[in-house]
Design a protein around this ligand. Structure first.
Ligand code: NAD
Length: 432
């Protein structure tokens, strides 16, 4: 099948590459030349495990191409995936301008029956709106499909290749069959291809992310209570998560959720509910709890140093919002670092993949190092903000030797309290 993917960000690049891997003829389009130029040389502008190998193979075998020319790419395609961003405005209301603009450009360019797939996460009503935008511009036959994406950054290739489910909504039978055919290679383990109406498909994506956000915030509140009553959240988590009605995923306490999806999708869901005179109190609370949780480690630090933060050197391990990605959008590290800078602390940070993105954001206000041990030189304390595997078993002797004072604030419960305390560190974690 001839497929065009518009937007080569974290979603579009994975979607396009994986669809070419299953034999389709794919052209990925982005308006950003700084992304397309390296991609033409099989260099990925993002860090995503397993992606580069797939990129190289499919480019080499001629199934995957890149372009900044949307019109020309749409003309030669049967299916167009819209994977552009759907951010929120400064007042946290959804901003759909990218989707609407691309829909209009696709409509202007297409010359034959085209299936337009909304892969971006879009609020309820967007598919019907896009249908109107396109039909106002073209006489060409077309179908609009809602097809929300559930991949997780850090495991995106695997998630797309082996999805738990594929959700598709369309009023057009021909388009539904085309989608079934496109996804068949990825659903060979009998995972469901679920058809529903546009509104349900759009809402499913938001409900899923809001529930995940709620699970995290709930467990963070329980962790904070654990600290007050002498319980250990790891034990509580294990005890709770072994109940199959609850499940063990997304119960890890920490410094809050971030990323480009959970925070903005919770905002958009709340906005949608308000627009329809409906309240979503639980999601609103999950959001509020998360905002407080991002500040928890700074509070612990302020209390440890008796309020004297000015001039303290803080080493930060982990900047990305989660491991195995370079994405720092809405990462807890941003809130923590801004709070510390405001209080006059000096920050030295290390991340295995996200340093370049963090440098763009913080510039010279933060010093970045090549190794995690370099960040510790002269530090009054260490804060661990992302649970990268390489932080789990460090050389504590090496750490002690370079730190000014051996204090660790572990925002992801990556270390073992007994071990670190026996080596003379003062150790703070979340809920244990
Ligand atoms: P992103 O910001 O990484 O990528 C979006 C890309 O679209 C950018 O490269 C941008 O240059 C490009 N773009 C914008 N306007 C364009 C235009 N007119 N023409 C061509 N290209 C254009 O965003 P992302 O993280 O890939 O997310 C995309 C969508 O997928 C969002 O709606 C998001 O909510 C949803 N989603 C994201 C994830 C995730 O983990 N990142 C998971 C599921 C769903």
């Amino acid at each position: 099948m001839k497929v065009c993917v518009v937007g080569t960000g974290y979603v579009g690049l994975v979607v396009g590459t994986c669809l070419s891997e299953s034999g389709n003829d794919v052209i990925c389009v982005d308006k950003d030349k700084r992304k397309i130029d390296p991609l033409k040389r099989a260099v990925s502008p993002i860090y995503e495990p397993g992606l580069t190998e797939l990129l190289q193979r499919n480019i080499r075998e001629g199934r995957l191409r890149f372009s900044t020319n949307l019109g020309a790419s749409v003309k030669i395609s049967d299916v167009v995936f819209i994977c552009v961003g759907t951010p929120v405005n400064s007042d946290r209301t959804p901003d759909l301008r990218q989707v609407e603009k691309v829909a209009a450009e696709v409509a202007k360019a297409m010359e034959h029956y085209t299936v337009i797939v909304l892969k971006s996460t879009v609020p309820v009503g967007t598919a019907r709106k896009v249908k109107k935008i396109v039909s106002r511009i073209t006489d060409c036959e077309f179908a609009v499909v809602s097809n929300p994406e559930f991949l997780k950054e850090g495991a995106a290739v695997d998630d797309f290749m082996k999805p738990d489910r594929v959700i598709v909504a369309t009023d057009d039978r021909r388009a539904a069959e085309i989608m079934r055919e496109l996804y068949a290679p990825f659903l060979r383990t009998n995972k469901p291809f679920i058809e529903m109406n546009h509104e349900s498909a759009e809402l499913t994506k938001y409900a899923a992310n809001a529930l995940l956000a709620t699970k995290i915030s709930f467990m963070n509140e329980i962790a904070n209570l654990c600290e007050r009553v002498g319980a250990d959240v790891n034990e509580v988590r294990y005890g709770v998560g072994t109940d199959p009605r609850i499940g063990s995923h997304f119960l890890f306490p920490g410094v809050g959720y971030g990323g480009s999806c959970l925070p903005k999708d919770a905002d958009t869901l709340i906005h949608t509910a308000k627009k329809h005179n409906c309240q979503l109190k639980i999601v609103s609370c999950a959001r509020e709890v998360n905002s407080q949780q991002k500040r928890l480690l700074v509070k612990k630090m302020v209390s440890h140093f008796g309020g004297k933060i000015r001039g303290k050197r803080v080493a930060i391990w982990g900047l990305s919002f989660k491991p195995r990605t370079d994405d720092i959008r809405e990462a807890p590290a941003i809130v923590v670092i801004e709070e510390l800078l405001k209080r006059g602390a000096k920050i030295c940070a290390y991340d295995p993949a996200a340093t370049e993105n963090a440098e763009h954001l913080f510039g010279k206000r933060v010093r970045f190092t090549q190794t995690n041990y370099d960040a510790l030189k002269g530090a009054h304390c260490l804060m661990i903000l992302t649970e990268w595997n390489e932080f789990r078993n460090p050389s504590f002797e090496r750490m002690r030797a370079v730190m000014k004072s051996p204090v660790i604030f572990d925002g992801r419960n990556t270390l073992d309290r007994k071990t670190v305390e026996s080596l003379g560190f003062t150790y703070y974690a979340i809920g244990c």
